[in-house]
Design a protein around this ligand. Structure first.
Ligand code: MN
Length: 238
C-alpha cells in the first residue's frame, strides 16, 4: 500500500512539473487522472475524474472562446462557434492531451490497461478536461490559473493549427455552407476508384463545385470525401 501511495505522489508530481503548477490540494490532481475502472478495483476509497471532467469541459470551452474572440475580433458568432466546437472536440483535445503525456499518468484497471484503454481518444480528452477542472477548483474557482496554463502550453499551437487547417473539422458541412452562400449550390462527390485488398482499401473521391475540382483519399468513402472537401474548402478560402 505504501508503495502505491508513493506511486500516486510520483505521478501527481511529474504532471505538476509538466503543467508548471503546484497544487494546493494534490488530491484534486490525483482524482483528475483516476479512471472509474481503477476506483472499482482499488481497496481504499478514491475519487474518479468524472465530476472534474464535467467542470473542466466548461473551463476549456471558456478559455478557448476567449482566445478566439481576441484573435478574430470581427468573426461572426456562427463561425466562432463552429471553430470552438472543432477545438474542444475529442479528436483535437486528445491530441493536446498527448503532449501532456496523459496516458503515462492515468490510473486505470488492469483490464482496461490490457486493452490499451489509456490510449483511447475519449479517455485522453476526458482526463485533459478533468485536469483543467482540477486547476480551476484548486485556484478557488477562478479562471486565471487554468487560463494562464492553457495559454502557456497550447495557445500558440492552437492558433497555428487553425491557420494551417490542422484541426479535425466536418469539412463536408463547412464546404456546403460556404458554397451555398457563394454560389447557391452544393458540391458533388464522385468515387474515382478504390484500390487494395478488402480489409485495407483506399478510396479516392473527387469533389466538384463550380470551376473547382479536388480529390481526396481515405480508408472509407466518407473519409475520402472529407479529405476532398477540405481541399476544396481551402481553395475557396484562398
Ligand atoms: Mn469529456
Amino acid at each position: 500500500m505504501k508503495i502505491e501511495i508513493q506511486e500516486f505522489n510520483d505521478r501527481v508530481e511529474s504532471l505538476e512539473n509538466i503543467l508548471g503548477y503546484q497544487f494546493k490540494d494534490k488530491s484534486l490532481l490525483l482524482a483528475a487522472i483516476t479512471h472509474r475502472s481503477f476506483v472499482a478495483e482499488y481497496p481504499k476509497k478514491l475519487r474518479d475524474y468524472e465530476v472534474l471532467e464535467f467542470l473542466g469541459d466548461s473551463v476549456v470551452s471558456l478559455i478557448v472562446s476567449e482566445i478566439l474572440i481576441k484573435q478574430f475580433p470581427d468573426a461572426r458568432e456562427g463561425d466562432l462557434s463552429q471553430l470552438r466546437s472543432a477545438i474542444v472536440s475529442e479528436a483535437y483535445l486528445s491530441k493536446l492531451a498527448k503532449s501532456l503525456k496523459v496516458s503515462d499518468f492515468v490510473l486505470i484497471s488492469r483490464g482496461e490497461k490490457s486493452q490499451k484503454g489509456e490510449e483511447r481518444d475519449s479517455l485522453l480528452c476526458d482526463v485533459f478536461e478533468a485536469i483543467f477542472g482540477a486547476l480551476y477548483v484548486d485556484a478557488d474557482y477562478k479562471i486565471d490559473v487554468p487560463r494562464e496554463i492553457f495559454n502557456k502550453l497550447f495557445k500558440d499551437r492552437v492558433l497555428e493549427d487553425i491557420k494551417t487547417e490542422n484541426i479535425p473539422r466536418d469539412y463536408k458541412s463547412l464546404l456546403q455552407m460556404e458554397t451555398q452562400r457563394l454560389y447557391g449550390k452544393i458540391p458533388t462527390y464522385k468515387l474515382i476508384h478504390s484500390e487494395g485488398p478488402e480489409h485495407d482499401k483506399v478510396f479516392v473521391v473527387e469533389c466538384e463545385i463550380e470551376q473547382i475540382k479536388t480529390t481526396g483519399k481515405g480508408k472509407s468513402k466518407k473519409e475520402a470525401e472529407t479529405a476532398a472537401a477540405k481541399e476544396a474548402f481551402k481553395k475557396i478560402k484562398e
